[in-house]
Design a protein around this ligand. Structure first.
Ligand code: SF4
Length: 280
């Protein structure tokens, strides 16, 4: 059991709101730091929080997103639409998924292990998962400008959205972004009256097909394209800037309705480069 400073076990729905000015972490969260190993897919030599003695929810940082934009991922084999994991159709975005690429830092054994562990905790100790995530953000709140779910993986169930929404409400100054292909979960979540999306949480519905915008009516979307930039879209600039977001934060911006990720033609022919543009 993880305890916060006041000794109360934290559960989603009963969490304390946090102060953006908080500088000192609760004692519990000062313990158990590790240094990420070189080659783990995460930025090395940056401390991340681990909780003892239970499993550890791993929140990482990638060079693409930047140090102020931590992210949390799950394994694709457990959370992505089952057929999409094996997808080799050149028209399907899952064919080009980061999570399937061999030899990139994001898929080094330690990074894969951390995603599996995240998922195990989520499934077996769900309450602990959310407590630990909240604790991590609480401790890192001041230096977290944006938070992203799923550089790899997807929403595991409808309940995830409910809790992620609560986490966003607890940290109103941090914009959160969830990219997903799980139309069903999103629809069911939004259909429930009590589920009002936090103002600082954006869920972007990704189109599963290259050059197609998802037909479901949803305000925030993303797509992958080849050739001409789709009308009305915001073109992701990362491929022009060493595959980094730098000062772009369009994916978190609710004013940007459609993000278009250019797909490298070499990748489309099934020869993915190690360095590549972002897409979902
Ligand atoms: S549009 Fe591209 S560069 Fe901008 S925040 Fe999204 S992924 Fe990063």
């Amino acid at each position: 059991m993880i305890y916060m400073e006041d000794g109360n076990g934290l559960i989603p729905g009963g969490l304390k709101r946090c102060s953006r000015e908080r500088q000192n972490p609760p004692e519990t969260f000062q313990k158990g730091f590790i240094t990420i190993e070189e080659g783990s897919g995460l930025i090395p030599n940056k401390p991340i929080l681990v909780q003892n003695p239970a499993g550890q929810v791993c929140v990482g940082k990638t060079s693409k997103l930047g140090l102020d934009r931590p992210c949390l991922s799950f394994p694709i084999e457990n959370t992505c639409i089952s057929t999409s994991v094996r997808m080799n159709n050149p028209d399907h975005v899952c064919t080009y998924c980061y999570g399937k690429q061999v030899g990139i830092r994001l898929n080094m054994p330690t990074a894969i292990k951390s995603r599996k562990e995240n998922y195990r905790i989520y499934r077996e100790e769900n309450e602990t998962f959310w407590k630990q995530l909240q604790g991590w953000i609480l401790y890192n709140e001041v230096k977290t400008n944006f938070f992203r779910y799923f550089v790899v993986g997807d929403i595991p169930d409808e309940h995830f959205l409910f809790n992620a929404n609560e986490i966003a409400e607890m940290f109103p100054k941090i914009p959160f972004w969830i990219p997903t292909l799980k139309t069903g979960f999103l629809k069911r979540f939004l259909e429930k009256e009590e589920h009002e999306l936090a103002s600082n949480l954006i869920i972007r519905l990704s189109s599963p097909l290259v050059n197609e915008i998802d037909p479901i009516r949803f305000e925030w979307k993303s797509m992958t394209y080849t050739g001409k930039q789709p009308k009305g879209s915001y073109r992701c600039p990362s491929s022009d800037q060493d595959d980094e977001c730098r000062d772009c934060w369009a994916c978190w911006n609710k004013k940007v309705k459609l993000i278009a990720y250019p797909l490298n033609l070499q990748e489309r022919k099934g020869k993915p480069k190690v360095k590549r543009s972002e897409y979902i």
